[in-house]
Design a protein around this ligand. Structure first.
Ligand SMILES: *Cc1c(COP(=O)(O)O)cnc(C)c1O
Length: 225
């Protein structure tokens, strides 16, 4: 199957999952995760209708972006080192992986210097797997407090990765918990209308994520296999 065929198949599966949950499929944005593919394959995906791409490694991504044809929304989905903050602010549209206070401090510092507002998601580690990046949920109140003191930072929601499993149902309680935390935080911290994204679900489990309320899903293998 071509990238275009895969893309249509993923879109169809998103539409079916949204229908099962009584959701409008247009509220779910599919981020094509392009970490393993070339700029040429990315362009093929853009021609097929992809609007958003997700990259893990800043350096790899910066090498490919200049070759992209046409407009695309760029997401950083991999962990972010503080020394890469500046190019990320200028080259990416949304960061999904803010998970610690040193990173918040550096984002604020560089955003102020660049006179930019920076939109980002906070990555939570719901499953407690030690191999995963992300803040434990108990750390969220303190991190949000720090962010509220940063005039250039706009927290826009939450991201998580479910534990790897062959059974997508394993991810459901993780996604459900992220959705609960997301809704609760909106009320408790008066996060307003900029708090609007839930990034969860990958090739293995995006249908479950859509059923549980994701509005960003991050899909690599199912599109580029
Ligand atoms: C690689 C990656 C994905 C996509 O994974 P697939 O299983 O290829 O769909 C999604 N999110 C993050 C954070 C990733 O690193």
């Amino acid at each position: 199957m071509s990238i275009a065929d895969n893309w249509l198949a993923v879109k169809q599966r998103v539409a079916e999952s949204a229908a099962r949950a009584g959701r409008d499929p247009s509220t779910v944005t599919i981020i094509a995760v392009t970490k393993y593919v070339t700029a040429e394959q990315m362009n093929e995906a853009l021609r097929a209708g992809v609007t958003d791409v997700g990259e893990n490694r800043v350096q790899d991504a910066l090498g490919k972006f200049p070759a992209l044809e046409g407009k695309v929304v760029k997401h950083l989905i991999g962990s972010l080192q503080t020394n890469k903050v500046k190019p990320v602010i200028t080259e990416f549209d949304l960061i999904h992986s803010v998970d610690r206070s040193e990173l918040v401090a550096e984002l604020q510092k560089q955003a102020a210097k660049l006179q930019r507002k920076v939109s980002f998601l906070i990555q939570l580690n719901i499953s407690g797997e030690i191999t995963k990046h992300g803040l434990p949920p108990q750390g969220l109140p303190e991190l949000l407090q720090r962010i509220q003191d940063c005039p250039n930072l706009i927290p826009c929601g939450l991201m998580t990765m479910a534990p790897f499993s062959d059974n997508p149902e394993t991810a459901r309680p993780v996604f459900r918990e992220l959705t609960d935390i997301y809704k609760e935080a909106a009320v408790r911290y008066h996060l307003g209308e900029t708090w609007r994204y839930l990034s969860m679900g990958m090739s293995q489990d995006f249908e479950v994520a859509v059923e549980e309320g994701a509005n960003f899903i991050r899909v690599g293998t199912a599109i580029f296999k």
